[in-house]
Design a protein around this ligand. Structure first.
Ligand code: HEM
Length: 102
């Protein structure tokens, strides 16, 4: 199993706009081999920002990497740079390999 997380620092006051972008997106993750699940998570809120993470589970790192090279990934991100005013800095990506688990 492979977990891919991209963390976004969203400026306070922009949370609803950020959530709307994700709620209204055309998702094609379900078309991908090895795709298991997607969640958009909201984490700690500070005075400056609200932390969000896009969290996906894949059968393997190779399946995730194939998605990042796919037409589906390109389409999902064609407008991703257009709302820079919502964010404090660029997103931070982290990938996790399963070591133990049921
Ligand atoms: C390897 C790095 C990245 C991963 C793992 C990732 C993950 C994801 C996932 C899982 C989705 C949903 C796709 C779908 O449902 O079909 C998505 C969409 C999105 N990503 Fe990324 N992403 C990455 C890079 C980026 C970067 C660099 C940005 C910002 C510049 C970004 C911003 C967005 C936005 C705003 C959406 C919603 C798109 C929309 O419909 O407007 N992502 N991303």
């Amino acid at each position: 199993m492979f977990i891919a997380m991209n963390r976004f620092k969203v400026a306070r006051g922009s949370e609803a706009a950020f959530e709307a972008i994700w709620r209204e997106r055309d998702s094609r993750l379900g078309e991908m081999a090895g795709f298991k699940s997607f969640h958009l998570l909201k984490g700690p809120v500070t005075e400056a920002h609200a932390l969000y993470a896009s969290h996906t589970i894949w059968a393997s790192r190779a399946d995730f990497e194939a998605w990042t090279r796919s037409e589906q990934f390109r389409q999902a991100h064609k407008n991703a740079g257009q709302n820079k005013d919502l964010y404090l800095g660029p997103p931070e990506f982290e990938g996790f390999e399963t070591i133990l688990g049921e």
